[in-house]
Ligand binder design. Structure first.
Ligand code: FE
Length: 205
């Protein structure tokens, strides 16, 4: 079995936003897709560690802003590399508007948004799968959507040139964070994007 086969799956990238009990937040996901046309339903899968996950569970609605090829790394850093439990991601954030359901959607580097309300959930261990009906949606631009592969090749900053030859480091394949050391602890979590040790690759400089 070649585990790299998983890399050949394609994914879009999205800012998922929700609100509940006076709190609002958003996170980056790559796990959204249409599952039925009639009725029009989408699925999203969200890591339980994300504050936005709890807001969706509590509020029952969400907006999915579709990131396009003009999305900046700052947008990924803003929504993906910090936790809504610690910072209000919408405080002073200007590239957003409210849709008819009252939730924010992101207007910078996005080509559309979908407003949906949750109909079913399934506990998947680390994540919850939400099946939701589409309530509203708008196209914002004709820029092609950003795929995960596009993010890897065009949006994520290129790794810095090594200064010390022969040294072993571990690089997060999601955000590029470098862990310096011969061995990466099995329970290591990327401090930037919170992905686990399995998303790190060994690099010999
Ligand atoms: Fe990372």
């Amino acid at each position: 079995m070649d585990m790299k086969t998983m890399f050949n799956l394609t994914y879009g990238l999205f800012v998922l936003t929700a609100a509940a009990e006076g709190k609002e937040s958003g996170c980056i996901i790559n796990t959204a897709g249409q599952v039925t046309v009639e009725p029009n339903q989408i699925s999203i899968t969200v890591n339980k560690a994300n504050f936005t996950h709890d807001l969706i569970r509590a509020g029952g609605t969400f907006n999915l802003s579709i990131l396009d090829e003009t999305a900046s790394f700052d947008t990924f850093r803003h929504f993906g590399f910090q936790s809504g439990r610690e910072v209000d991601k919408f405080a002073g954030y200007e590239s957003c508007e409210r849709s008819a359901n009252g939730l924010y959607y992101v207007t910078a580097g996005t080509n559309g948004y979908i407003s949906a309300s949750v109909k079913q959930t399934m506990d998947l261990g680390t994540h919850t799968l939400f099946i939701a009906s589409v309530e509203d949606m708008e196209v914002l631009s004709q820029v092609p959507s950003a795929t995960y592969a596009y993010y890897q090749s065009h949006i994520k900053p290129k790794p810095e040139k090594p200064k010390t030859a022969g040294k072993t480091v571990w690089r997060c394949v999601v955000c590029g964070y470098i862990y310096e050391g011969e061995e990466l602890p099995a329970d290591f979590i990327c401090p930037l994007c919170k992905h686990p040790a399995s998303d790190f690759e060994k690099v010999i400089l």
